[in-house]
Design a protein around this ligand. Structure first.
Ligand code: CA
Length: 228
């Protein structure tokens, strides 16, 4: 009798577990990603005046990245999504792209942000090659807390890229925090758009839930182009 009861209760446990697992699986497969999109629509788009901007200034669609040079996901985005975006939409003149400093990872993030503002101010044509190279030299598999950005490292990067960057000016700008007001101004936009993760991507006022979902990015871009 007691054995039968044990068997019955064990069977009940397995059946219950199976129902829970199947239920969870059903919820998973019945809720495809697009139906639960958490894109956020803002009343306005970030202000891009004074920000590094790539592409046609009069392009009908503007994309802003809130990014951090010390953030591994930003490196991954810059090396995977950004080249596709550049080829498909920036080079065609349909989209322009701006980068807003979002230094979430402490002093090193702030230092790289100051360097980027310095290079943008002294030599806008050289900005993008410097920007790309900082991400490229971000060590793979780093923790956010691993130190690698120093003034010397940033000057080395500026020296290594094929660009006409004044290294003494960059060193002086880092030491004197010449462009700290620009970095602070960027933080005001970070707060205004409730940015909590990097990279955050805003397409004509809509912040995309998953910045690595390029198909969704394309949908938003095409919708924005159609309403022009
Ligand atoms: Ca800026």
């Amino acid at each position: 009798m007691s054995t039968n009861t044990n068997r019955s209760s064990k069977k009940l446990v397995w059946v219950t577990l199976a129902v829970i697992v199947l239920g969870a699986f059903a919820i998973f497969i019945l809720n495809p990603k697009n139906e639960t999109s958490q894109d956020i629509q803002f009343d306005s788009h970030p202000v891009t005046e004074g920000q590094p901007t790539l592409g046609d200034a009069n392009a009908p669609v503007s994309i802003v990245e809130f990014g951090d040079y010390k953030c591994p996901a930003c490196k991954a985005w810059d090396e995977s999504i950004f080249p596709q975006l550049t080829e498909d939409y920036i080079e065609t003149g349909e989209v322009n792209y701006s980068y807003i400093n979002t230094p979430f990872h402490g002093e090193e993030s702030g230092l790289a942000a100051l360097a980027s503002e310095s290079v943008w101010n002294q030599s806008p044509d050289d900005f993008w090659v410097f920007h790309k190279e900082i991400f490229r030299q971000q060590p793979p598999n780093q923790n956010h807390d691993d130190a690698w950005i120093t003034p010397e490292k940033l000057i080395d990067i500026a020296n290594e890229v094929d660009a006409d960057i004044n290294l003494e000016q960059l060193a002086s700008d880092l030491m004197n925090q010449t462009y700290i007001d620009d970095v602070i101004a960027d933080q005001e936009q970070v707060q205004a758009f409730n940015v909590s993760l990097t990279p955050s991507i805003v397409i004509n006022g809509t912040m995309i839930e998953d910045p690595f979902d390029y198909e969704r990015m394309k949908e938003l871009i095409e919708e924005a182009l159609e309403t022009q």
